[in-house]
Ligand binder design. Structure first.
Ligand SMILES: Nc1ncnc2c1ncn2[C@@H]1O[C@H](COP(=O)(O)OP(=O)(O)O)[C@@H](O)[C@H]1O
Ligand SMILES: [Mg+2]
Length: 225
């Protein structure tokens, strides 16, 4: 089933055009690798898809609905989970606290009261799913290895049950063995019906994907002044 559709997506930083008419359709249950040279616009594309910035032109449909008519905050805190190369975790908190905080933020606009006990149980459960035991879950993030920190970042992205997972070079700072472990988690997520979109320079990661999308660097001054 199609979860995300990009139609003629364009993006410019001022007069510098980075994306020029990207068309693509993403289904759940699949892994997509976005590849391309440095500066081709991969991170920009993820920022547009995640609702962080507005496309200059074109439309994004999420589950058939035009993103323009959706509440961006709702979209970002419910539909989409983002994982970064450098993890972007709150390093003073424990792994579990990072996941809990993300769940609380996602629920903060809901009418229902937040049940702390339930959130804690869920946080431990999700961390367990990505291979972190109770002792690791209770450790401050800085006391975890790079691979373990990336697992926490994945757990955080999964914490509110999004359909789509976006990852920007998630294995860029990891050794080969850890990269394979992280990709095993990504494969499991796709097998469980998530749509996993990964920007990567790694041929191993691209090889794990069901589809590979190459972004081409735009030539200079294609935009009319
Ligand atoms: N905030 C910004 N302002 C202006 N130009 C930017 C900004 N962010 C990125 N760029 C430029 O846009 C292009 C695409 O960047 P990016 O999406 O980060 O590429 P990639 O992730 O493929 O390396 C690059 O030429 C980069 O210099
Ligand atoms: Mg990038």
């Amino acid at each position: 089933m199609e979860v995300l559709k990009l139609e003629n997506l364009c993006f410019s930083y001022g007069s510098k055009q980075v994306l020029n008419g990207v068309n693509y359709s993403f289904e759940n249950g699949k892994i997509y690798a976005i590849v391309g040279k440095s500066g081709a616009g991969k991170t920009t594309l993820l920022s547009v898809i995640s609702g962080l910035v507005e496309p200059t032109e074109g439309t994004i449909y999420c589950n058939g609905e035009d993103m323009k008519s959706q509440d961006k905050y709702e979209y970002r805190s419910k539909n989409i989970g983002v994982i970064f190369q450098d993890f972007n975790l709150l390093t003073k908190l424990t792994a579990k606290e990072n996941v809990e905080l993300s769940m609380e933020i996602s629920k903060s606009n809901d009418k229902q009261k937040i049940d702390k006990g339930e959130i804690e149980r869920k946080a431990y459960g999700i961390l367990d799913q990505v291979g972190l035991d109770r002792d690791e879950a209770d450790r401050r993030v800085l006391k975890l290895s790079g691979g373990q920190q990336q697992r926490v970042a994945i757990a955080r992205a999964l914490s509110y049950g999004p359909d789509i997972i976006l990852a920007d070079e998630p294995t860029g700072n990891l050794d080969e063995e850890t990269q394979e472990e992280i990709m095993d988690i990504m494969k499991k997520l796709a097998a469980n019906g998530k749509c996993v979109i990964i920007v990567t320079h790694s041929s191993y990661v691209a090889g794990c994907a069901d589809e590979r999308i190459e972004l081409k660097t735009m030539k200079k001054s294609t935009k009319k002044q």
